[in-house]
Design a protein around this ligand. Structure first.
Ligand SMILES: NC(=O)c1ccc[n+]([C@@H]2O[C@H](COP(=O)([O-])OP(=O)(O)OC[C@H]3O[C@@H](n4cnc5c(N)ncnc54)[C@H](OP(=O)(O)O)[C@@H]3O)[C@@H](O)[C@H]2O)c1
Length: 267
């Protein structure tokens, strides 16, 4: 299904800057039913307000991703409200406190639970619905950090690597039904998640990621990089021997650090 034919959109992580930017781009292409699922009702209402218009209806649904009992029910609630789901955007994600060998095991488990375990659970519930209805696109927010896991963000990177691999396998399972998965691999995006951090190389914005997603849907792509240049650079860097790649990545990240940026970068 091209982005042009999309009517209904469910955003899991309904306050996400990238998720709502993709929903807004789909509204510009004709989507009329938006569902925002998230854990903070007042922020969900704010996001709904920015998308709502006379021709667009926006509904908010309570959703806590770590509650596995909600994985099927959130999809069911969305279907009860709008019928078939043309696009499901999986935008749930958290950064990790990356302290290398001193990382707190509980904090590691929490990040992996949200970014991988919980996300895979709800992704599977959505995929099952899309298979049954015989069409639809699952848009999964992976990351460049998961394609090439760096030593400065191994927890976040590894969690996204797992999600990315799972989403690509789900795409293979889904395709025969007519539904599909689009894996999105953004680089550093200026959103609330990265607020206060210095830009990384090839930094971009949520609306630019959204435009890339919509055009990838039109092409029926399985993977989209944002910006496109990271999709050329990162696979090339990944092929370098580790002894060259490690220092190269560390140098390029260090150039963009500034003393005010005490939070470690995760993209
Ligand atoms: N920004 C970047 O540089 C970048 C780059 C590559 C990939 N990504 C990925 O893109 C996705 C969207 O990120 P963003 O930049 O738009 O950041 P964001 O605005 O912070 O969005 C993250 C979303 O995840 C939700 N979330 C976190 N934990 C949750 C939980 N336990 N249950 C339900 N919802 C939960 C947040 O909800 P609350 O509002 O309730 O916290 C928020 O809606 C994430 O998966 C992120 O990892 C981001």
């Amino acid at each position: 299904m091209s982005a042009q034919a999309v009517r209904s959109v469910l955003v899991l992580g309904g306050t996400s800057d990238i998720g709502t930017a993709i929903a807004a781009a789909l509204v510009r292409r004709g989507a009329t039913e938006i569902l925002l699922a998230g854990r903070d009702r007042s922020r969900l209402n704010e996001a709904a307000h920015t998308l709502q218009s006379s021709s667009v209806s926006v509904t908010c649904i309570d959703f806590e991703a770590t509650r596995t009992d909600q994985h099927r029910s959130v999809i069911q609630q969305a279907v009860e409200r709008v019928g078939d789901l043309d696009v499901v955007i999986v935008a749930v994600g958290v950064l990790a406190d990356e302290t290398g060998l001193d990382a707190d095991p509980t904090a590691i488990a929490e990040v992996v639970t949200v970014n991988m375990g919980a996300t895979m659970g709800v992704l599977t519930a959505a995929a099952s619905r899309l298979r049954d209805q015989g069409h639809g696109t699952l848009v999964v927010l992976s990351s460049v950090a998961g394609f090439l896991v760096r030593s400065d963000n191994p927890i976040y990177g590894a969690s996204k690597a797992g999600l990315d691999a799972y989403a690509l396998a789900l795409d293979e399972l889904l395709r025969p039904s007519g539904a599909r998965v689009l894996v999105v691999r953004p680089g550093f995006v200026r959103t609330s998640m990265t607020a206060g951090m210095a830009d990384r190389p090839m930094a971009t914005t949520a609306p630019s990621v959204a435009d890339a997603v919509v055009s990838a849907m039109d092409r029926d792509a399985r993977i989209v990089w944002a910006p496109r240049l990271v999709g050329l650079v990162m696979p090339a860097i990944r092929m370098l021997p580790q002894r060259i790649r490690g220092p190269l990545l560390r140098r390029s990240m260090a150039r963009n650090d500034d003393p005010a940026n005490l939070k470690s970068s995760n993209e």
